[in-house]
Design a protein. Structure first.
Length: 434
């Protein structure tokens, strides 16, 4: 029955429990029995067609198109570049039909978020591709980094905003942190947790705060998103120490093991909350170092896990793995349970050339192999303990390092070298559950 109606039809739906009026929107792919309508409140409702459900067309609406008028460049305002990769934040909504399409022109971005006109001039929008964030990978990271480096090295550009889906935003933030050497200006990564057709859409304020971040004195890659569940302020979190912590909350991205770099208000107020940052240097030149070894993996140790999983990576010529280890850095190593002991398998894998790094399974704190005998045995076997480094960041850094290191000893030295703030020297108590 849902297929009998097209996007833009105004319908009345009766169910055994209620009656609704709304505008038909595209239904999710593969769900032909679901009718999706936009209610007058702006929210969407999905109704499963079936017994007791009737639908009647009561009208239709036409797509409304706002005129695209290229805004004049305001003298005195700094320039930024936007690198658009897809996601909710760079989309426009037709408030009559509910249809959503990507924004690719500067004037369209300004129509969606006109407040930007009073903060910055958008020099251009680069769109190297448009994919869902779960489809991102090293090749996409390299394309983004190339566009960002190009923009940062233009003298009249004050900073760069990268728009991105939220699910893997922190992986891309880590990649840019390692790929962009000698960073000289701010790079803000932003996304939206709520779609642009909802009253709780967060992308507009995130963009505004990201624009203010681009004018700051911080030459850091940072994720700039809501700082709380209300629309009061955003936080800028370092790209190597940030993680998506909630599936739907707008303040999902939280700094881990350190305070955010700054709080940013939509009116332009910036409060520095972490003095450990690299300052802007407009005279420096960004160097693109985007080589990446794709034969790396991230695995999670769980109780009862079969250590022979490492054989798969060795047999398939992988160069390295990051293991999320429990507690202070442990995996099963009981010599009386040889089938489940990871120690001999790790020793063999390292002997056969696989780099094995441990990152903490707990989100906060750092690894310490010297507290328990298991840790000391694993350390002596050649495991590289990565301190406080987040496992996602460790995975990205390992691919970056193994693309350059001549051997695993050199790789270990590089992994334990603080490149972009990923190894937190002092973990402050107030950073816990910030």
């Amino acid at each position: 029955m849902a297929a009998n109606f097209k996007t833009g039809d105004k319908v009345e739906v009766k169910t055994p429990d209620a009656k609704y009026q709304g505008i038909v929107m595209p239904s999710p792919q593969g769900y032909s029995d679901i009718l999706t309508i936009k209610l007058a409140s702006g929210y969407n409702l999905g109704i499963k067609m079936g017994k007791g459900v009737s639908v009647k067309k009561i009208g239709s609406v036409e797509s409304s198109k706002a005129p695209l008028v290229k805004p004049p460049v305001k003298k005195g305002l700094p320039n930024i570049v936007i690198v658009a990769t897809g996601g909710t934040i760079t989309s426009k909504v037709d408030y009559t039909t509910g249809g959503v399409s990507p924004l690719t022109k500067p004037e369209e971005v300004l129509l969606a978020t006109p407040e930007l006109l009073d903060i910055v001039n958008i020099k251009r929008i680069a769109q190297p591709f448009s994919v869902f964030s779960e489809d991102m990978g090293p090749k996409e990271w390299q394309l983004i980094a190339k566009e960002v480096a190009k923009a940062l090295n233009e003298p009249d550009v004050s900073g760069v905003i990268v728009t991105h889906g939220t699910d893997t935003l922190h992986y891309t933030a880590a990649a840019l942190s390692f790929f962009l050497k000698n960073l000289n200006k701010p790079v803000a990564l932003v996304g939206g947790q709520r779609s642009s057709d909802r009253g709780s859409f967060d992308g507009g304020m995130n963009l505004i705060c990201a624009a203010h971040y681009c004018l700051s004195n911080m030459a850091e890659v940072a994720i700039v998103m809501h700082g709380n569940s209300a629309d009061t302020h955003c936080i800028a979190s370092r790209g190597t120490n940030v993680k998506k912590m909630h599936t739907t909350r707008r303040d999902t991205f939280r700094p881990i093991n350190e305070l955010p770099l700054a709080k940013i208000w939509p009116n332009g107020k910036i409060e520095i909350t972490n003095k450990n940052y690299k300052p802007r240097n407009n005279k420096g030149k960004v160097v693109l170092d985007d080589k990446f070894e794709e034969k790396v993996a991230l695995i999670k140790f769980v109780p009862g896990a079969d250590p022979r999983i490492l054989h798969h990576f060795v047999d398939h010529k992988y160069k390295g793995v990051i293991i999320e280890a429990t507690g202070l850095g442990h995996v099963a190593a009981n010599p009386r349970n040889k089938e489940k002991s990871w120690l001999p398998v790790i020793k063999d894998a390292i002997k056969r050339g696989l780099f094995v790094g441990f990152a903490p399974q707990p989100l906060y704190g750092r690894l310490d192999p010297y507290v328990y005998s298991t840790g000391r045995e694993l350390l002596n076997a050649g495991v590289c303990y990565l301190g406080s480094m987040l496992s996602e960041t460790a995975y990205v850094k390992l691919g970056h390092v193994l693309a350059k290191a001549k051997n695993n000893n050199e790789a270990k030295t590089m992994m334990l070298t603080n490149m972009s703030g990923e190894l937190v020297k002092q973990i402050l108590p107030e950073s816990f559950l910030y």
